[in-house]
Design a protein around this ligand. Structure first.
Ligand SMILES: Nc1ncnc2c1ncn2[C@@H]1O[C@H](COP(=O)(O)OP(=O)(O)OP(=O)(O)O)[C@@H](O)[C@H]1O
Length: 265
């Protein structure tokens, strides 16, 4: 029923654990993860290196298999959600094919899925506009800046209109000015499309600026240390980073990272 879908969580994780078998024995990457993500939420995952942020995102994408607990995506198993193409994935590197034009890259998932040409073109134009790349259809990736390439990879992830956008440190390799600019654009995009976003980052200001919810993780094995609601106005601009509300949330994230962190190594 449509109403059920509107209120049910997009991602529901209960007591999830995930270990990797290695030659040196098991690596316990995630433990006792409980999390419910609502439709239209923008959820950032922040935590020290190796705390399992990427592993959690990959489990939602059905690219890693949990060893315990349950995980539902759009009310079905992660595998079924993957087969339903319920998510688009954006990596740290834009990973565009250099021999394809920007339009050709953005349209690639649509080609693979067998969309007819006219619909492909219409979706490519719509998504290029959404990420402010209209006019660059015929350029090749190497003719675009790093930030523009990353915007193209976001347009590619959105090309088939998935409900869920999984983003693994998409702006981590970019300089701070470009990153600020992309943060503002991503916020506008989220506001316009109402997608549910799961976003991995190492940056406290980025997490606070973008999110409706911040998940602070602690390492070994990765657990959720704190979940912080961010109710900053939806039409915020970068200036909000100077506001007391912003600084208070950033402070709570920083404290969580400090307290959840083990300094043994
Ligand atoms: N395929 C794998 N085999 C064995 N161990 C793995 C594998 N993938 C990840 N790990 C381990 O699981 C733990 C979590 O890794 P993960 O990449 O999810 O952390 P992360 O929080 O995303 O780190 P970073 O912030 O550095 O990207 C780490 O200890 C990592 O070495």
């Amino acid at each position: 029923m449509a109403t059920d879908k509107a209120v049910s969580p997009v991602v529901e994780i209960k007591n999830l654990s995930l270990s990797f078998e290695t030659n040196d024995g098991p690596v316990h990457a995630l433990s006792e993860i409980d999390l419910s993500i609502g439709r239209g939420d923008f959820v950032s995952f922040i935590g020290p290196s190796g705390c399992g942020k990427t592993t959690l995102l990959r489990a939602v994408a059905d690219l890693e298999q949990p060893t315990g607990g349950s995980l539902l995506v759009n009310g079905v198993s992660a595998e079924e959600a993957r087969l339903n193409r319920d998510y688009g994935y954006v990596f740290q590197a834009a990973a565009l094919y250099p021999w394809r034009t920007i339009a050709g890259n953005i349209g690639l998932p649509l080609e693979i899925m067998g969309y007819p040409k006219a619909e492909r073109q219409q979706r490519i134009s719509k998504n290029m506009e959404l990420v402010n790349l209209a006019g660059f259809e015929k350029k090749f990736p190497w003719q675009l800046s790093g930030g523009m390439q990353q915007r193209a990879s976001i347009a590619r992830a959105l090309s088939f209109d998935p409900e869920l956008l999984l983003m693994d440190e998409p702006f981590g390799a970019l300089d701070e000015i470009v990153r600020d600019h992309l943060n503002e654009q991503l916020l506008r995009l989220w506001d316009k499309t109402n997608k549910t976003v799961l976003f991995v980052t190492h940056s406290i200001p980025e997490a606070v600026f973008l999110s409706s919810k911040i998940v602070v993780m602690s390492p070994r094995p990765g657990r959720i240390y704190d979940v912080i609601d961010c109710n900053l106005p939806r039409d915020r601009s970068l200036d909000i980073r100077e506001s007391p509300e912003f600084l208070a949330i950033a402070h709570r994230v920083r404290e969580g990272l400090r307290e959840g962190h083990s300094y043994d190594d």
